[in-house]
Design a protein around this ligand. Structure first.
Ligand code: SF4
Length: 71
């Protein structure tokens, strides 16, 4: 799983930090730090963060593990 945040779009609303605190952390009031390659078990909370972001700045891409599961 790969996470990309469009930091040009991000307005530091911190909604993602509430939805997925293990993956998104706001440093100060405007610098978002995030895990670009989180473990698969965090998918659900990261999907919540994607939905929660008011400016749709978070992109979630399926990683190799999704390919493997396709059989
Ligand atoms: S919710 Fe969206 S705008 Fe807010 S900090 Fe997260 S990525 Fe940025």
């Amino acid at each position: 799983m790969r996470v990309v945040v469009d930091l040009n779009r991000c307005q530091a609303y911190a909604q993602c930090c509430y939805a997925a605190p293990d993956s998104f952390v706001l440093h100060g009031s405007e610098v978002l730090v995030y895990d670009p390659a989180p473990p698969a078990e965090r998918r659900r909370e990261i999907e919540r963060a994607v939905q929660a972001c008011p400016v749709r700045a978070i992109l979630l891409e399926a990683g190799p593990e999704a390919e493997e599961n396709r059989g």
